[in-house]
Write a protein that binds this ligand. Structure first.
Ligand code: ADP
Ligand code: ZN
Length: 600
């Protein structure tokens, strides 16, 4: 081996040190052993196969499920001066034959391919004629039915073990619970490989979850107060809702774009490329958007609808703050959202899967309802123990916890006494003693518990009912009026035997929170903005996303260190030889021009 992994890390990628288990994983691949890498988003998985690919002779094959991801990665590699290409259905024929030629001539260090390409007739045979250094299987959870994103084409990867004996395979994923992990190992035949499990913690992400009352107002308040001008993703469940929310954000002066499977491929590509190439855009999207978007400076991910389970939540929120700088995961949910998702989960024809899906959804709801540290719950779900984090809503502002045993009992009795055929609106009317037409008509004002819940506002009762639903104590019918009915599990609460605690609803005060501070003073901010503008200009010229030139983190370091010469400049993290040559002068000028202006 001519160059060491460390030299490549420093000279090509411009990073001073390996992160976490990277070096060990790289050495495993170099000694031709298989590996399963479980590492959170932003943990630095790519280097784990890119560096061995550069150390070893031949071409590394990277299997990746999404075209956007491949293109991002290839763009970034080319910018570092590394010969790489992506083979997918988007490739025009001339480009394809060029790639095949390059492969035959051994000119590529990395080739990214979609999994369906592997199953194309003759492709594996073709690969067997080449000098392959290793296989990297990205998003490896796609091979498992238990993962949340099963892709049948991934099953083809089972063949690699036999077709390429002795060639190391590195499977990587950011989301796998125990069952999924076992499945990956057996399907990909990694029994003799090594497992590298990093902590899944994303300490820079601050988690916030709240009740939904006016989604649009809550969302705008959140963005304005915490992330004004930042790039972010807003997830919604339906296409229609995506369109509505995007339009409303635009009307209110936010730069927002829609993304969902109902747009034409052209529109989707256009919006995605704007999100990646411009600064500070908000993408309102269904989950069709995101996998494979590795824009590092997404500062927030907002959920206006509940994801199906913790894995999905963790993966979606994980798209925030890949660069390690402060970011927020924010979610609001209401009673309707819970009922709607439960109904969707019931659509699954397999009873076994249905039960598993509901269990997983309950875990997510448990997280959402949690009154203590959210990170502890999240990490615990992935079998990690941790201390209270100090960086989630419950840690930052401990909730005012209220014993609601008696209220829960009241609400449950009310549902029972009125015949388990009414929606939340009517139940709340009865509890608060509101003589609506329906109440009078049905003589529900004659019930002993009519008006027994006057001590709470409607809003508080709604929140309590949401909480009963979230804890799976009651059921809501999604047809008609959304009738509430009791579940077997509520028995001890109905009798008042089990304690029921909830968060006291905040009296929606407009307490302003400032966005997380990255820079200390206006002068630093001005230089940062200037460097960002220069980066955008260079990115436009090179037709690449700004972060392919330099990450925010690298620009921040320039602001803090103020290098005056090339030696100081090169010491900054994220600046390798190629980038130093290409951009060093321009940035040094910008930094030092700024310094002179300050001095004069
Ligand atoms: P993942 O695929 O695990 O989500 P990436 O491979 O995209 O993460 O890496 C996340 C970010 O961390 C990237 O911007 C990458 O350049 C950076 N990075 C990776 N390894 C290191 C390192 N050793 N030192 C500094 N930055 C690193
Ligand atoms: Zn916490």
């Amino acid at each position: 081996m001519s160059v060491s992994p460390r030299e490549i890390l420093q000279n090509t990628f411009g990073y001073p040190e390996f992160r976490g288990p990277q070096e060990e994983i790289i050495n495993t691949a170099l000694s031709r052993r298989d590996a399963l890498v479980l590492m959170p988003t932003g943990g630095g998985k790519s280097l784990c196969y890119q560096i061995p690919a550069l150390c070893l002779d031949g071409t590394a094959i990277v299997i990746s499920p999404l075209i956007a991801l491949m293109q991002n990665q290839v763009e970034a590699l080319l910018a570092l001066g590394i010969p790489a290409a992506a083979l997918n259905s988007n490739c025009p024929p001339e480009e394809q034959s060029q790639i095949f030629n390059d492969l035959k001539n051994g000119n590529l260090k990395l080739l990214y391919v979609a999994p369906e390409r592997l199953s194309a007739p003759g492709f594996i045979d073709f690969l067997q004629t080449l000098n392959i250094s290793l296989f990297a299987i990205d998003e490896a959870h796609c091979v498992s039915h238990w993962g949340h994103d099963f892709r049948p084409e991934y099953l083809k990867l089972e063949q690699l073990q036999e077709a390429f004996p002795g060639i190391p395979r590195i499977a990587l994923t950011a989301t796998a619970d125990e069952r999924t992990e076992k499945d990956i190992i057996s399907r990909l035949g990694l029994q003799y490989g090594q497992i590298f499990r990093s902590s899944f913690d994303r300490p820079n992400i601050s988690y916030h979850v709240g009740g939904k009352n006016n989604a649009m107002a809550q969302l705008m308040k959140f963005i304005k107060h915490r992330h004004n001008g930042d790039a972010g993703i807003v997830y919604c469940m339906s296409r229609k809702k995506v369109e509505t929310i995007a339009a409303k954000l635009q009307e209110n002066g936010f730069e927002a774009l829609p993304y969902h499977a109902g747009l034409t491929a052209g529109e989707r590509a256009h919006n995605q490329s704007r999100f990646i190439r411009e600064e500070g855009l908000i993408m309102v999207a269904t989950i069709a958007f995101g996998m494979g978007i590795d824009k590092p400076n997404v500062r927030f991910v907002a959920h206006l609808d509940l994801p199906k389970n913790m894995e999905a939540y963790y993966q979606e929120t994980g798209r925030a703050g890949r660069d390690g700088l402060p970011a927020t995961a924010w979610m609001i949910y209401g009673q309707q959202d819970i009922a709607r998702l439960r109904m969707m989960l019931n659509d699954n024809p397999s009873a076994e899967q249905r039960i598993a899906d509901h269990q997983k959804f309950n875990a997510l709801l448990g997280y959402a309802e949690e009154l203590a540290c959210r990170r502890q719950i999240l990490l615990n779900y992935f079998n990690e123990k941790s201390e209270p984090c100090g960086n989630c809503d419950n840690c930052l502002t401990p909730p005012d916890i209220q014993d609601a045993t008696r209220d829960a009992q009241l609400a449950l009795s009310c549902i029972y006494r009125t015949g388990q055929i009414f929606g939340a609106g009517h139940i709340v009317n009865v509890l608060t003693g509101n003589k609506s037409d329906k109440v009078t008509e049905l003589a529900h004002d004659q019930l002993p518990l009519f008006g027994e819940g006057k001590h709470n506002s409607r809003h508080e009762w709604q929140a309590l009912i949401r909480s009963l639903l979230a804890r799976d104590l009651i059921h809501q019918d999604m047809e008609g009026y959304g009738a509430l009915s009791l579940k077997e599990s509520c028995r001890s609460y109905l009798k008042g035997d089990a304690k029921f605690a909830i968060r006291r609803e905040e009296k929606s005060s407009g307490q302003a929170r400032v966005s997380p501070k990255i820079l200390d003073n206006p002068e630093e901010q001005a230089l940062f903005d200037k460097l960002k503008a220069l980066r955008l200009e260079l990115a436009r010229e090179a037709d690449v996303p700004p972060y392919v030139i330099f990450h925010d983190r690298t620009l921040l370091e320039m602001v803090h260190l103020r290098p005056t010469d090339m030696t100081a400049f090169s010491s900054i993290s994220g600046i390798g030889a190629t980038k130093r040559e290409k951009y060093g002068d321009a940035f040094l000028d910008a930094i030092n021009g700024e310094a002179e202006e300050q001095a004069s």
